[in-house]
Design a protein around this ligand. Structure first.
Ligand SMILES: [Zn+2]
Length: 447
């Protein structure tokens, strides 16, 4: 009898276990069924699809029998973060996000898919190869769009991989992250473009003010250091010098709430999307910061984080009189535009960015033959190279370096952003110089 009781107990426990498991399964099925259905039934189904670049080069295609990529390794690698792969390892890759986006999923019938799944992209694969090679194995991103049409022309992220390569070696860290759209970085001084917009619209006497910089500024007992000594400057000169002493004072005058308001208004704190590609929201400190921290927020340090794409999108609107033509990567016949920035503010920022290059950067580096406006950024990472000491005997610090801007050239109305992680140089000397090379090549190849 005891044996039977034991057995029935065991059976009961087993039964409970199975039912519980089934319930969990059913619950998950209803919650996550859509995700389960995502990645390629592919072979065996009657569905077909292809992705082409703007020149008609095949980037990926699949049918009942096979899942293909480009025949060229250089295209596969440089465009890997655009296409992603059939396993969905790059979350924003178009192979998974686009084809999944087209699928109509319902719980009874499972997956159905619309018939025409061929798409043409606005990205130029040869420019992507050029950009990817310029990144030269460093962690970083180059992105460029046409601000008149909204077309994304380049979206390159490094490190990358060839989706057809054997993967017996260890993969580089973060290889599945598209750094153009899915990584957030401390913006450093490129954030001063947002602070500047808030200052232009809210400080009545902005252009009458003078900001004296001897390298240090102390507010509420906290030292804010500048990268140099800029002496007496007006607002325009302060931006061209990217002076922290001036922007600390400007940020405090604008105030934390307005800095948050402007970052929010321009999309930096929201999730954005480029067709089926979704980007994470950026971040700035919203709890009460006080003056010194507000200064750091407006300078682009503090807790500030933004995606390179959000910065390019903002600069595209600056270059286009404040109107943002919807950025897109899948070719579209007609595209809507909406106002992101007040026209007069955008025009002023545009002049300031052109002045940055002429007056601010011109003495160190010129961009020969380019009609260009820009802003550099060098954000401290807290990483150092211990063995490498600078003139003062301190270890060299590594920064995330930025260069963002636009060409004001009728034939090449392009906005761009470039970021390189943990670099020993600066926004101008590393990313600025790199983008000069890139833009010349782009003009040559797109003309
Ligand atoms: Zn300064």
């Amino acid at each position: 009898m005891k044996k039977i009781v034991n057995r029935s107990l065991a059976v009961t426990i087993l039964a409970i276990g199975i039912i519980a498991g089934l319930l969990v399964y059913i619950t998950r099925f209803f919650e996550q069924g859509e995700n389960w259905a995502l990645y390629f039934p592919g072979t065996g189904s009657s569905v077909e699809g292809s992705i082409y670049d703007r020149g008609g080069n095949l980037l990926a295609s699949f049918n009942a029998d096979e899942q293909r990529y480009s025949d060229y390794a250089s295209i596969r690698e440089a465009c890997y973060h655009v296409t992603g792969d059939y396993g969905g390892r790059v979350g924003s890759g178009l192979i998974s996000s686009f084809w999944n986006g087209l699928r109509h999923y319902d719980i009874i019938n499972g997956v159905t898919i619309s018939e025409d799944t061929s798409i043409s992209l606005t990205v130029d694969s040869s420019l992507n190869i050029f950009a990817y090679n310029l990144l030269a194995g460093r962690n970083g991103a180059i992105m460029m769009m046409n601000y008149k049409t909204g077309e994304i022309l380049t979206m390159a992220s490094s490190p990358s991989l060839d989706p057809l390569a054997e993967e017996d070696e260890e993969l580089p860290e973060g290889v599945f992250i598209n750094r153009c759209v899915n990584a957030t970085y401390a913006p450093g001084s490129v954030f001063k473009l947002i602070t500047s917009a808030a200052a232009i619209e809210n400080l009545d006497n902005l252009d009458e003010q003078r900001f004296y910089c001897d390298g240090d500024y102390i507010t509420s007992g906290v030292l804010i250091k500048c990268s140099g000594e800029h002496y007496n400057q007006n607002f325009e000169q302060a931006l061209a010098n990217s002076c922290n002493v001036a922007f600390a004072q400007i940020s405090i005058q604008v105030g934390q709430e307005r800095l948050i308001e402007y970052a929010e208004k321009y999309g930096f704190l929201s999730e954005l999307n480029i067709d089926y590609i979704r980007t994470p929201a950026g971040h700035i400190m919203t709890e009460y910061a006080g003056d010194p921290e507000t200064a750091w927020i407006g300078i682009g340090q503090s807790e500030d984080l933004i995606t390179p794409y959000a910065m390019m999108r903002y600069v595209a609107a600056i270059a286009n009189g404040g109107m943002l033509v919807r950025p897109h990567i899948i070719y579209a016949d007609t595209v809507t535009a909406s106002r992101l920035i007040e026209e007069s503010t955008a025009d002023r920022l545009k002049e300031l960015m052109i002045n940055n290059v002429e007056k601010g950067y011109g003495s160190y580096y010129t961009f020969p033959d380019l009609k260009i406006g820009g802003k550099t950024g060098t954000a401290e990472t807290g990483y150092y190279i211990e063995e490498d000491l600078d003139e003062d005997g301190d270890p060299d610090s590594l920064s995330n370096v930025w260069f963002t801007g636009f060409l004001y050239d009728e034939e090449h109305p392009w906005a761009f952003v470039a970021v390189i992680e943990k670099d020993l140089g600066g926004g101008l000397t590393t990313t600025g110089v790199m983008m000069n090379t890139f833009l010349h090549q782009a003009i040559k190849s797109m003309s």
